[in-house]
Design a protein around this ligand. Structure first.
Ligand SMILES: *Cc1c(COP(=O)(O)O)cnc(C)c1O
Length: 332
């Protein structure tokens, strides 16, 4: 049963239009998202059942949440007759990487506005692959990047469709909400959801898509108290009841893309025990936070948790070999 009738109808209308785009079948993007139990000793010990949404398995490049945030934006770009997509991100941005791949499939051109000094594209696998898909880059200073975040229209031009950093706009939120519709299970049987937070676009969409009795835990990958305010503002705008969401700003482990040995050893231990690969920027931190919530009994025994694996494994290469913090990744 789906919780929000009007939202459901809006999503259904977009989805049927999306079906007309050959991009979906050309890329092998499936409609359905697999949900599977995630057996792990610690969960058993606390009597909590955790199921995993395998958005990470959607596509090798357009993995996880990126497809959902972009898909209705792509439709809108086509509706507006645009031939070019422009968006913003860091050097290791999964979002720009996915955008490049989608633009190529749609035979559109793509521009990535990249934060930080000019990078040698050839030495960064994410940028290199995006370039091979035809994406061109504009490298801008951090200061300029921040200005553009506040005023992306400074980059406007005829035939160009602008997508904010991380795909965080109303169509991105709607697309993220549609993830719930791609689950072939009864979501109302869960007590909690859990997902990593960057811009909070995915989090906001999932919050809208899930029934309100499912309490959604977000885990910020970025450091800073501003995140709590930013998300609270988003939730107010979306009329989300306060009791239905909870954000942790305590599990960033030092900031965006900050990595430490115990996070890395957790990721490898988790993989050994469950067969599920996580990455250190988002999903590893989110899973550790979930464990913490369970241990603190913020998620009490008897709960059923839906953990959304938002993907991001393509960006793992930034940490290899060996898996170490990458100095190219800037702190927010
Ligand atoms: C981009 C990304 C996120 C953050 O998504 P937002 O919608 O910006 O909050 C979370 N997890 C992974 C794996 C990502 O690549």
């Amino acid at each position: 049963m789906l919780p929000h009738a009007p939202l459901t109808e809006t999503i259904a209308a977009y989805e049927s239009e999306l079906d007309q785009l050959p991009v979906l079948s050309a890329l092998g993007l499936r409609h359905e998202l697999v949900v599977e139990p995630l057996p792990y000793k610690l969960f058993d010990a606390y009597g909590v059942q955790v199921d995993l949404v395998r958005a990470d398995q959607l596509h090798p490049v357009i993995s996880g949440n990126k497809w959902y945030k972009l898909k209705y934006n792509l439709l809108e770009a086509q509706r507006q007759g645009c031939h070019e997509l422009l968006s913003f991100g860091g050097v290791w941005s999964n979002h720009l990487h996915a955008l490049a791949c989608l633009a190529a499939a749609l035979k559109m051109s793509a521009v990535g506005v990249v934060r930080g000094e000019e990078h040698d594209v050839a030495t960064n696998p994410m940028l290199l692959e995006a370039a091979r898909q035809g994406m061109t880059f504009e490298f801008v200073s951090r200061q300029r990047f921040r200005q553009l975040r506040d005023d992306p229209f400074a980059m406007a031009s005829v035939g160009r469709y602008l997508i904010p950093e991380g795909g965080d706009n109303p169509l991105g939120v709607l697309g993220a909400a549609s993830m719930v519709h791609c689950l072939r299970c009864d979501v109302s049987r869960y007590t909690h959801g859990a997902v990593a937070v960057g811009t909070g676009c995915t989090y906001a969409g999932l919050r809208l898509g899930l029934p309100s009795q499912v309490k959604l835990l977000g885990v910020s990958a970025l450091k800073g108290a501003w995140m709590q305010r930013a998300i609270a503002e988003k939730m107010t705008q979306l009329n989300v009841p306060e009791a239905s969401w909870l954000l942790s700003t305590q599990h960033h482990r030092g900031g965006f893309a900050a990595v430490d040995e115990s996070l890395l050893s957790f990721i490898s231990e988790f993989r050994d025990n469950t067969g599920v690969a996580l990455e250190p920027v988002y999903t590893g931190k989110a899973m550790l936070a979930l464990i913490d919530f369970i241990q603190q009994q913020i998620i009490p025994g008897g709960s059923r948790v839906l953990f959304i694996h938002s993907g991001g494994l393509q960006g793992l290469r930034g940490f290899k070999p060996p898996l170490k913090p990458n100095p190219d990744i800037p702190d927010e």
